[in-house]
Ligand binder design. Structure first.
Ligand SMILES: [Zn+2]
Length: 222
């Protein structure tokens, strides 16, 4: 089971899609899955075949707030997460659809996460959805280049902005990355789950109760 998060922390108003979770809520979710008998493992371990009753935490986009959570909560629970970064936003501001500005993660924070044993993946460079294959290919290459310049290692995993991957992009990803990840219902419509390369994730937002998470697990955990 792979969980996908976005923002962690308190905002002056809920973010669109209610993608912001308090750190208390994250802790409750971790405890909930612990009670269900799940162990949180690094993504590499999960992908290498340890998938029974194991869970992985992933983050999309790369926000400043994700860093603080990792240091405080994940260190306490000894969880290694995977951060998919959109590299054009490193050290810049994200603008939500309703105009809220959110700090992007910094390159120093990415390096620190990597050195603490978390995994750094690509979420593309621009975070734009464009059907053009050349654009996609160049955007992916640029994101890899930036991440290599920060961590010194080529990222092996990719998560698609908005969870969407089309057929042409799939072919490019297959040549470039070890694994790719889509997101929730969108991912299920556009892509076939392929346990050896393309996998779906369970999106978690602030509306999720334990009951809803159980439902999502059945719907998306394929
Ligand atoms: Zn994204």
């Amino acid at each position: 089971m792979i969980l996908a998060f976005h923002n962690i922390g308190k905002y002056s108003r809920p973010l669109p899609a209610e993608n912001d979770l308090s750190s208390k809520k994250i802790k409750n979710i971790i405890s909930f899955f612990h009670r269900q008998g799940y162990t949180f493992v690094p993504i590499k371990e999960y992908l290498s075949g340890h998938r029974y009753k194991t869970a992985v935490i992933t983050f999309d986009d790369g926000y400043y707030d994700q860093f603080n959570t990792s240091v405080e909560i994940f260190a306490r629970y000894n969880i290694k997460a995977c951060f998919f970064i959109s590299t054009s936003k490193i050290g810049e501001m994200w603008k939500s659809v309703d105009g809220m500005l959110i700090n992007g993660i910094s390159s120093t924070q990415i390096k620190s996460l990597y050195e603490s044993g978390h995994t750094i993946g690509s979420h593309g460079h621009s975070h734009e959805i464009q059907q053009d294959s050349n654009f996609f290919s160049e955007d992916l290459k640029e994101s890899i280049k930036v991440l290599v310049s920060i961590t010194g290692k080529k990222p092996e995993y990719y998560s698609a902005p908005f969870g969407v991957i089309n057929k042409n992009q799939y072919a490019i990803l297959k040549e470039t990355m070890k694994y790719s990840f889509s997101l929730g219902r969108i991912g299920m419509i556009c892509c076939r789950n392929e346990p050896d390369f393309l996998m779906n994730r369970i999106p978690v937002n602030n509306r999720d109760t334990f009951l809803r998470l159980r439902f999502k697990k059945i719907l998306f955990n394929i």
